[in-house]
Design a protein around this ligand. Structure first.
Ligand code: GAR
Length: 204
């Protein structure tokens, strides 16, 4: 039987503003072909979990510290299967996933990264560090990228990008907020809708 939307899991580690953008986009209809079914955090104190609870979305905590890399990935896979998840969105998820994991979900894992890939990306470039590096280099334009996840950190196919100018006197914190507001929170929901629609179309 034809279904109207795919099931989405969002993986988080921190504040969850990108998760919030996805929840808002779902409520406003920008995301129409997918539904967030599950939020998984590797940190039990992530504020993102609170955002999920407020939106009545099921949550789980899977700790890499307790389970190790393979244990964490096995537990995530188990949860994804149990909840019939089609798309995995990494929204500020601060763990790198191994090739064994990413191979199982080819073109099904989406990540948002706070720079214009291939600048300031790969291992070691996450969160504020990305903006610190961009400011140190003195770039005048930065932005955000949404891409599929493969075995190379930040190396998968690009889905959407958006450029943002760097105002003079920016700090890493002010630039992070600007890139989130003007780029990440816009292109992540749009990319999720694009990928969800594509999966539904393939099922027709
Ligand atoms: C976001 O800026 C996201 O792009 C970045 O971490 C922040 C999470 O914020 N992700 C990475 O750097 C991944 N390499 P959030 O928890 O408020 O969405």
């Amino acid at each position: 039987m034809k279904r109207n939307n795919v099931n989405i899991a969002v993986l988080v580690s921190g504040g969850g503003t990108n998760l919030q953008a996805l929840i808002d986009a779902q409520n406003s209809g920008i995301i129409n072909s997918g539904r967030i079914k599950l939020v998984i955090s590797n940190k039990s104190d992530a504020y993102a979990l609170k955002r999920a609870e407020n939106a009545n979305i099921k949550t789980a905590v899977v700790s890499k510290k307790e389970l190790g890399q393979v244990g964490m990935e096995n537990k995530i896979s188990e949860l994804l299967t149990q909840n019939s998840i089609d798309i995995i969105v990494l929204a500020g998820f601060m763990c790198i996933l191994t090739a064994d994991f990413t191979k199982k979900y080819d073109k099904r894992i989406i990540n948002v990264h706070p720079s214009l890939i291939p600048s300031f990306c790969g291992e070691g470039f996450y969160g504020l560090k990305v903006h610190e590096a961009a400011l140190k280099k003195g770039v005048k334009v930065t932005g955000a990228t949404v891409h599929f996840v493969n075995e190379i950190p930040d190396g998968g196919e690009i889905i959407l990008q958006k450029a943002v100018t760097v105002p003079e006197n920016s700090t890493p914190e002010s630039l992070q907020k600007r890139v989130m507001r003007l780029a990440e929170w816009k292109i992540l929901p749009r990319a999720v809708e694009i990928v969800s629609q594509k999966i539904l179309k393939e099922e027709e």
